[in-house]
Design a protein around this ligand. Structure first.
Ligand SMILES: Nc1ncnc2c1ncn2[C@@H]1O[C@H](COP(=O)(O)OP(=O)(O)OP(=O)(O)O)[C@@H](O)[C@H]1O
Ligand SMILES: [Mg+2]
Length: 245
């Protein structure tokens, strides 16, 4: 395997700017194929912004972002490749349709007529079979997050980007979403980048954890090192629940 194949994304000096304000500046980051990488950090640190860049929803203001070894620009990734990366948003919007139609929608858009069996399987996996025909608008927050995850997983992505997928959920829903995430990672080798405010979740799920602070990735380390042997005092403070700037 070449180095290019082992690394899904590589970032060098990647910045993002809104107006004149620079909100992200990543000196260096490599996301490895098949890993679960958790991104943590205070509100406003730039976690969602970084995830949007990885999802090709925005272009960096500067620097170089590569995907599968090629520089991301207007021509790369092509549409088919972009579709191999799916994102579950911090506040998912569901269509005013049934639960099953929400889950099937992406497959229909992609011209896949075989949606039925896969949608049924995913709904069962996230424990929503009984609600398949319910209008999505009637779901609880936890159920909606599960639909959002099923809607992403039905596309069998190479990369799954999760933006606080379990915020405000109860322990049952948190566990279910974590189990699904771990399962697709293990069974299908799906690369996962998860943004979370829950450091215990990062510890449970991720192989590596990165801390974002004021738009900068100040530490990235294997999970045990991140929590038990942090390299910088800010990581130690964050892990202990102290406010950091
Ligand atoms: N479209 C935008 N226009 C202007 N400013 C933006 C935009 N998106 C994000 N920002 C700003 O960029 C900074 C980083 O935002 P981002 O949403 O990435 O933070 P975050 O780490 O995900 O925070 P949270 O944990 O609260 O979700 C914030 O100060 C935010 O106000
Ligand atoms: Mg965010």
């Amino acid at each position: 395997m070449t180095v290019g194949e082992a690394v899904v994304y590589s970032l060098r000096g990647v910045t993002q700017r809104y107006g004149t304000r620079e909100v992200l500046s990543i000196e260096q980051l490599a996301v490895r194929r098949g890993e679960i990488l958790a991104l943590v950090g205070p509100s406003g640190a730039g976690k969602s912004t970084l995830l949007r860049l990885l999802g090709f929803l925005e272009s960096p203001a500067g620097g170089e972002l590569t995907y599968a070894g090629q520089v991301v620009d207007a021509d790369w990734p092509d549409l088919a490749t972009r579709r191999r990366v799916t994102m579950v948003f911090q506040r998912p919007h569901l269509l005013r349709r049934s639960v099953a139609e929400n889950v099937a929608y992406g497959l229909h858009l992609r011209g896949n007529g075989q949606a039925g069996a896969l949608v049924g399987q995913l709904l069962a996996d996230v424990g929503l079979s009984e609600l398949a025909n319910a209008p999505a608008g009637t779901l609880s927050g936890g159920e909606m997050q599960r639909v959002a995850l099923a809607r992403a997983l039905v596309l069998q992505p190479e990369v799954l980007l999760l933006d606080e997928p379990t915020a405000n959920l109860d322990p049952y829903n948190i566990r279910l979403i974590e189990e699904m995430t771990r399962q697709v990672n293990e069974a299908q080798g799906t690369t996962v980048v998860i943004v979370t405010h829950n450091i215990f979740q990062a510890r449970r799920l991720a192989q590596r954890v990165g801390l974002l602070l004021n738009g900068r990735l100040v530490e990235v380390a294997p999970t045990a090192d991140f929590f038990d042997r942090p390299q910088i005092p800010q990581t130690a403070a964050f892990v202990h629940g102290e406010i950091i700037y």
